[in-house]
Design a protein around this ligand. Structure first.
Ligand code: TPP
Ligand code: MG
Length: 533
């Protein structure tokens, strides 16, 4: 007899409570509440092949509610990904284990993005959904035809960045973005009534989203809601009514299941409640076998995709694009041109001039600005806007959404196939900082074009003057901060940023600066960090 959906879901519940119990730390409530919804999603809808987590045409899944990390670790294990193993799960939250407290993209294939700072997962998913449509415009349905699924909690939808992300996704009509909202009416402090009275559904509808509600504890209902979401051309919010910690008879429905182990007695009671008569970390053969079969569900589709890739004539180009490699043959001729006619220029202008040669040479770049296009000089002549009617465009009008822009840029970069760059004033890195930090942590290959870098910005005054910004960004690990002195250095810094595997920030002047590099050099001197002038 095949295990029921509920029994499949109970494997997630049991692993989550056992791992949190062993670690004596973590969040059992969210995985237990969303186990049925996740079962519906992964056994019937998400396109993936556990044997190749990097398959470029896989659906992307973002666990925005990163505190519920045991949900994704349990799924990856059950579906038969190479890691985490059951040993990894037994070492949940331990030093050196890939089953980190919050999901980290650099620890486990299958984890698309690092989440935990609430709200940013949805923001990154927006970027992934943009990347998918953008690449589809170049490579067609044969090579790029996938969706972005998200599980988000109340906290994800309360965060300010969510309002930016939802607005942008609605505007760009990202119909392949589907968010499952774990509507359990609980956050750490208790009932959501303590802090929220807005109509979340109406807010999404007002932003142009499709919405639908279902019983999140009924996999069949969730599955039908996902089908409707897939069929609708708008981005979708699926409201899954759930009970946090479902299955733990005395603690479910309360914040007590949120951030602590249930305790031995409650775990024992939950095993009785769930009819899960097994030792910790044990999954019965019929259940594991069924999950493993679902893990291979996408194998045939992947094989046909590989055949289409071979036949497409665009194989090398596509794979190079996904790998994020950027040509730098533009640099030398461009530097020669600059050196032939040195003149005072603002480095923001020099950045635009560099981009005029970079964008034609590096088709992966996707530019943009948070409503300061004319000040950041980020839009070059050939770039068409990326819009709902033209996803092939390479310039995104992010609107006045610095945090949303940076989160989307992370998603674009981590999806693969796009090298995003985006601008605002350097002072407003404050508005984007949590996402800049996640760019650094995740090693997302992207470039922040931050102009008006000093008192030289002029009359706007102290509200617009970066004071401590450069130093504070330089204090951030794993991100390269460049402040070029003239046009030659600006071009060299662009070349370095495009060669890097991680994020970069260019701090650029508003005002003209005198050229300091007036002679040709045999190498990129900015690569040294400092050099004798
Ligand atoms: C930006 C941010 N602020 C605060 C936290 C700490 N935090 C983790 S989970 C959580 C509550 C989230 O509530 P909800 O999304 O409803 O999750 P649930 O308790 O239902 O699993 C908070 C405040 C965080 N991870 N990120
Ligand atoms: Mg909640």
């Amino acid at each position: 007899m095949q295990p029921t959906d509920r029994r499949l879901a109970n494997a997630i519940r049991a692993l989550a409570m056992d791992a949190v119990e062993a670690a004596n730390s973590g969040h059992p409530g969210m995985p237990m509440g969303m186990a049925d919804a996740a079962t519906a999603l992964f056994t019937r809808h998400v396109k993936f092949d556990a044997s190749d987590p990097h398959w470029p045409d896989r659906d992307r899944f973002v666990l925005s509610a990163g505190h519920g990390s045991m949900l994704i670790y349990a799924l990856l294990y059950l579906l038969g990904y190479q890691r985490p193993t059951i040993e990894d799960i037994k070492h949940f939250r331990q030093l050196g284990s890939p089953t980190a407290g919050h999901p980290e993209n650099f620890e486990l294939p299958g984890i698309e993005v690092t989440t935990g700072p609430l709200g940013q997962g949805v923001g990154m998913a927006v970027g992934m959904a943009i990347a998918e449509r953008h690449l589809n415009a170049s490579y067609g349905d044969e090579l790029v035809d996938h969706r972005t699924f998200v599980i988000a909690g109340d906290g994800d939808l309360m965060e300010g960045v969510n309002h930016e992300a939802v607005g942008l996704a609605g505007h760009l009509k990202l119909g392949r973005l589907i968010v499952l909202w774990d509507d359990n009416e609980i956050t750490i402090d208790g009932s959501t009534d303590l802090s929220r009275s807005e109509d979340v559904i109406a807010r999404h509808e007002a932003a142009g989203w499709h919405t639908i509600s279902c019983n999140g504890l009924d996999a069949g209902q969730v599955s039908r809601a996902i089908e409707k979401a897939i069929a609708d051309p708008r981005p979708s919010l699926i409201r899954c009514k759930t009970i946090i910690g479902f299955g733990a008879p005395n603690k479910q429905g309360t914040a007590a299941t949120h951030g602590a182990a249930l305790g031995a007695d409650e775990v024992a009671a939950a095993r009785v409640e769930l009819g899960w008569d097994l030792a910790p970390f044990e999954v019965p053969d019929d259940v594991l076998g069924e999950w493993r079969a679902f893990g291979q569900r996408g194998a045939t589709e992947r094989t046909s995709w590989l055949e289409r890739l071979e036949a497409s004539g665009k194989k090398d180009e596509f794979l190079a694009r996904i790998a994020g490699k950027a040509d730098d043959s533009w640099l030398k001729p461009y530097l020669d041109q600059l050196l032939a006619d040195p003149k005072p220029l603002a480095t923001r202008k020099a950045s635009e001039m560099a981009l005029e040669v970079i964008n034609p040479a590096v088709p992966a770049t996707v530019g943009g600005s948070a409503d300061l296009t004319g000040s950041n000089n980020t839009k070059t002549k050939g770039l068409e806007p990326l819009t709902a009617d033209n996803y092939g465009g390479r310039y995104i009008y992010y609107g006045i959404r610095e945090f949303g822009m940076a989160a989307a840029m992370n998603g674009l970069a981590l999806h693969g196939g796009a090298i995003p760059y985006g601008g605002t004033f350097l002072v407003f890195t404050d508005y984007a900082r949590p996402a800049i930090r996640l760019s650094a942590l995740q090693k997302a290959k992207l470039i922040y074009v931050m102009t008006h870098d000093s008192v030289g910005l002029g009359e706007d005054g102290p509200t617009h003057q970066p004071i401590e910004h450069l130093q504070s960004l330089r204090a951030m690990p794993q991100i390269d901060v460049y402040r070029p002195a003239d046009a030659v250095e600006t071009a060299e810094c662009w070349a370095l940023a495009l060669q890097s595997d991680g994020p970069s920030i260019l701090a650029l002047t508003r005002q003209n600066v005198t050229p300091v590099r007036t002679e040709a050099a045999s190498q990129n001197l900015c690569a040294r960090g400092a050099y004798r002038l």
